[in-house]
Design a protein around this ligand. Structure first.
Ligand code: 2AM
Ligand code: CA
Length: 263
């Protein structure tokens, strides 16, 4: 398999899908809810997913495709080559802000992340990676991450996780928020992971993401020497929902040791 070719194709399909999304701003959007009143889906999520899946299945009829909106198939194993696609990551931002959303495409082969593409549509920032062949922002290679002490770190975390919620005792994360230099929340997991890979954020913590939210970002971050695990330092289950803790290696280890292990 030529992973550079697959990366080039994924980049060009993400670009084309970005055009489709930008043009859609002139048209009326249909917004519906999924699992709850804040879980949004639009006609564009479905249209873009269909668009990307058509491209992949035409070029690679034997590859499997897992997409958020269910246009793809049920994928129950990582055998062979699996494309994991989020047509719009950050749908709430897409609906409310018309910015800060991304297209995310991760390609796994026999369970190993080989190609990742995250397109920050409105900023026209294309993050892409081929495993062991470098991570890039547009045409610029992303350098290996430089370590930073927690006191100088910026950590992406949503306020949900330090207030009462059903996934974690908020007291666990308050000291981390206290000690770091600042926190940010962009509302798109794919963008937050891409920003960790680009060194704009030093870590990202969230309690529940689906495969399409993290599939590409994980490959990008690992390529530049960062770590992506669940909140307790364990490997992710790529086909399931996971808590996510991504960050620069030493910072990741320090936060795990000091705040997250020994329940
Ligand atoms: P989405 O916009 O593709 O649904 C928002 O903080 C981030 O979490 C977005 O990346 C969003 O992806 C994702 N997200 C929102 N609701 C989620 C859920 N119920 N499970 C997993 N990820 C979710
Ligand atoms: Ca989505």
């Amino acid at each position: 398999m030529n992973w550079d070719d697959i990366r080039d194709q994924a980049v060009s399909w993400a670009n084309e899908a970005g055009d489709v999304i930008r043009k859609s701003f002139e048209k009326e959007l249909t917004v519906e809810t999924k699992s709850n009143a804040d879980d949004l889906v639009t006609n564009m999520d479905r249209e873009v997913e269909q668009y990307l899946i058509d491209k992949v299945s035409e070029a690679y009829p034997h590859h499997k495709i897992l997409g958020e909106e269910g246009v793809g198939e049920e994928v129950s194993s990582l055998d062979g080559t699996v494309w994991i696609i989020d047509p719009i990551d950050g749908t709430m931002n897409f609906v409310h802000q018309q910015t800060n959303f991304a297209i995310s495409i991760g390609v796994y082969h026999e369970g190993v992340g080989m190609v990742g593409v995250i397109y920050n549509v409105i900023y026209d920032e294309m993050f892409h990676v081929v495993k062991d062949n470098g991570a890039y922002l547009n045409n610029v290679k992303l350098p290996d991450l430089e370590e930073v002490p927690i006191e100088k770190s910026i950590i992406a975390i949503n306020a949900t996780w330090i207030t009462n919620n059903k996934r974690i005792d908020p007291a666990r994360l308050i000291p981390v928020v206290d000690r770091c230099r600042g926190t940010r929340s962009y509302g798109s997991a794919a963008i937050e992971l891409a920003f960790v890979a680009a060194g704009r954020l030093d870590a990202y913590i969230t309690m529940r993401l689906s495969p399409w939210d993290f599939a590409a970002g994980k490959i990008l971050i690992e390529e530049v020497g960062g770590r992506v695990t669940n909140l307790y330092g364990e490997p992710l289950n790529i086909l399931d929902k996971n808590s996510i803790f991504a960050g620069k290696s030493d910072l990741h280890q320090q936060i795990l040791d000091e705040y997250l292990t020994n329940e």
